[in-house]
Design a protein around this ligand. Sequence first.
Ligand SMILES: [Zn+2]
Length: 296
Amino acid sequence: MSSPDFAPWSHLSSRSDLKCAPGVTKRYLPVVPEGHTIAKIARDHSKLIVGMPVAVSSPQGRFAADAERVDGATIERIEAHGKHLFHCWSTGEIGHVHLGLFGKYRVHKTDDPPEPQGAVRMRIVAPDVTVDLNGPTACTVDDPSVRKRILARLGPDPIKPRQNPQRMYDKIAKSSRSIGDLLMDQSVVAGVGNVYRAEALFVCEIHPLRPGKECDAAELEALWATITGMLRQGVKDGRILTVSREESGVPRGKRIPRSEATYAYKRNSCLRCGSEIQRLDIANRTSYHCPICQPR
Ligand SMILES: [Zn+2]
């Protein structure tokens, strides 16, 4: 099984975890960041490190030359688009971060920057906070053309205001690729990952192998609305929670556990009809669907 869904924590997450009997506690593990995580990071970090001169360094060394270009400068704005994060520096330059599979931010709210934990690629120090970044796929400082180039190849981001879903509709409507594949393509729609793919297709009752061009206009509009609602809710909640409180069966006031937070993703049986959830490999990730609620 080479699916990145099971890496790098494949040694912890076994297939038997997925097949344990109903009612048995499942061990859920960190998932790859989707757009809601990046949007939340942009919002949270904006409150901490925007608008004041900051010290920038690379304890690990790989970002050292880029760090020097902006060390002592001010971040004027932090922007997220899909899974990409941009720092707009007072020097006119643009910092670009993509967390990928392994990237992780750590925020230390202290006057004294602590010893770096692991290989800290980028460290940003403001008066009372240190923000460390370990293990990103991309972490660079470049001229603004880089941001433009990246945005040009990304689809609309449903979390952001004033995005035009028509670009997503057009791409899907003329494609014979499956909708499960298309939703993971960041040039079609930015920010959707494996969990939201499964959940949005479930709610819209679309089989993940349906060719894009066989989805009608009403279905595409429903998909955009569903993805928008789910991702924006994810930013608010700071987690992925797609089921309604009623359907979850968890009483009001009680936290819905991760194992009960989705309709199809990593479930053994469908929350609505009880059928066994089917798994497919689509776009190199395990896709989950209900064969009854999402007929082909
Ligand atoms: Zn079902």
